[in-house]
Design a protein around this ligand. Structure first.
Ligand code: NAD
Length: 422
């Protein structure tokens, strides 16, 4: 069976089982913690610009609210399905637990390609999805955020739709029903770059631990959207050279360096790295075998597989995307001594600054960008320290297994103290 045929949730469960084994979690607790609490599917009609109607399918998986309200992004992509969203939701639970953010885990999405729709259609799709979710989301219950294919504007439409269906006296209180909003509508400074910023903080922590010089390193990045481009720009500011970038249309490379800011401007206008005039066009195999120190998958899941893992020459893989590495590829890379910095740690910057946005909305405050960045680094470096300690305590090499052990031991302790009702 091809390695990706088993489905993403099976990969997530296999990772979970390894962590559960380490912390000695009893079998009954494993089945309670690993499965989502609620799986919501909505089918909703939307009027298209040509006057026709189309029915869309949306999902919201509420995986856990043990540590706080359900929390996680909404993804707009044609491959969104129940299996994918279940896996993504579970990773949100482990991420918040690992970083000691008082949130649970959730994820949602709509199965469609946002590139195929104009702005008006997109707005109607997002608003109608929000309306269909109804009271399944809420500022202290389940809080969506942007993910692949969605953005700050999508969050503003969700917030406005939700606010308009609440009573006038409650309206000011419900802004925090979504995070990742624009600054003008109640978003937090630093949320747009938070995931990329977090990726860089984790990489700096790792570099410090193993004695690696980031300022003379090279990096290849797959995905030049919110996460990949922010990671590239911030790394460039720290002296790292971006030498190869791939997206859904192909890849570009320049061994002397691609200017991350110029590439961002190009992609903002054209939607792809294709045609970027200040770098050469390379094929897929050349991208995977790029002669770089750091490889950052920042696109979609199951991209690092058994077929391309042997081509990777980087010393470290930094999982900015969720679930970018298959189980088989992980084994191959570990055998070769390639380090993997796991997604539930590395890309947690998004949910951490989402939490900061939620706190600011709740207390009617506006923090400065410096304040947000400082607090983000503090939370992430603490999580990195905890993972390093767990590697020693549990005597494991894998940073993923250590990260799971930390997250699951926290959830296990809460279950054991609270018990199961009734
Ligand atoms: P985005 O939509 O802004 O960008 C996605 C990028 O991936 C684009 O450059 C696109 O061209 C590329 N891509 C898509 N399919 C591809 C393919 N088959 N091959 C190569 N490239 C492909 O999305 P994003 O918000 O940057 O999210 C990227 C990843 O990071 C996702 O896995 C997401 O779940 C994860 N993530 C995002 C956030 C966030 O705050 N946005 C937080 C945590 C994790």
């Amino acid at each position: 069976m091809p390695e990706t045929d088993q489905g993403l949730f099976a990969t997530a469960l296999a990772q979970f089982e390894r962590g559960a084994e380490l912390v000695g979690m009893p079998a009954d607790l494993r089945s309670i913690i690993s499965q989502p609490k609620n799986e919501i599917i909505v089918n909703f009609p939307v009027r298209m610009t040509d006057g026709s109607f189309r029915v869309f399918r949306g999902y919201r998986i509420q995986h856990s609210n043990l540590l706080g309200p359900y929390k996680g992004g909404v993804r707009f992509h044609p491959a969104v399905d129940l299996d994918e969203v279940k896996a993504l939701a579970s990773w949100m639970t482990w991420k918040s637990a690992l970083c000691e953010i008082p949130f649970g885990g959730a994820k949602g999405g709509i199965s469609f390609s946002p590139r195929d729709h104009d702005e008006d259609e997109l707005e109607r799709i997002v608003r109608r999805f929000t309306h269909s979710l109804g009271a399944n989301i809420g500022p202290d219950h389940d809080i969506p955020a942007p993910d692949l294919g969605s953005n700050a504007q999508s969050m503003v439409w969700m917030m406005d739709t939700y606010a308009n269906s609440t009573g006038a006296t409650e309206r000011q209180n419900v802004k925090r029903v979504v995070t990742g909003k624009t600054l003008e509508t109640g978003g937090s400074p630093g949320r747009d770059k938070a995931t990329g910023q977090g990726v860089v903080f984790c990489l700096q922590h790792w570099a410090d631990e193993v004695g690696f010089d980031l300022s003379s390193a090279t990096v290849a990045i797959q995905g030049w959207g919110n996460v990949g481009s922010a990671t590239g720009r911030i790394l460039q500011v720290h002296g790292t050279t971006v030498t190869a970038v791939a997206d859904h249309q192909g890849a570009v490379a320049d061994e002397d360096g691609i200017d991350a800011f110029e590439l961002t401007d190009w992609v903002r206008e054209r939607g792809t790295v294709k045609g970027f005039p200040r770098a050469g066009w390379i094929d897929n195999d050349d991208f995977w075998s790029s002669d770089v120190d750091i490889f950052v998958p920042a696109a979609i899941e199951n991209q690092v597989r058994a077929d391309n893992a042997p081509m990777i020459r980087a010393k470290v893989i930094v999982e900015a995307a969720n679930g970018p590495t298959t189980l088989e590829a992980e084994r191959l890379l570990q055998d070769r001594g390639v380090e993997i910095l796991p997604d539930i740690l590395v890309n947690a910057g998004g949910v951490i600054v989402s939490y900061f946005e939620w706190v600011q909305n709740r207390s009617a405050q506006r923090w400065s960008l410096d304040d947000v960045d400082y607090r983000l680094r503090d939370v992430l470096w603490r999580a990195c320290d905890t993972v390093a300690e767990a590697r020693r305590d549990y005597e494991v090499e894998s940073r993923r297994d250590a990260a799971y052990a930390v997250a699951l031991s926290r959830l296990q302790a809460v279950y054991q103290q609270r018990g199961i009702f009734p």
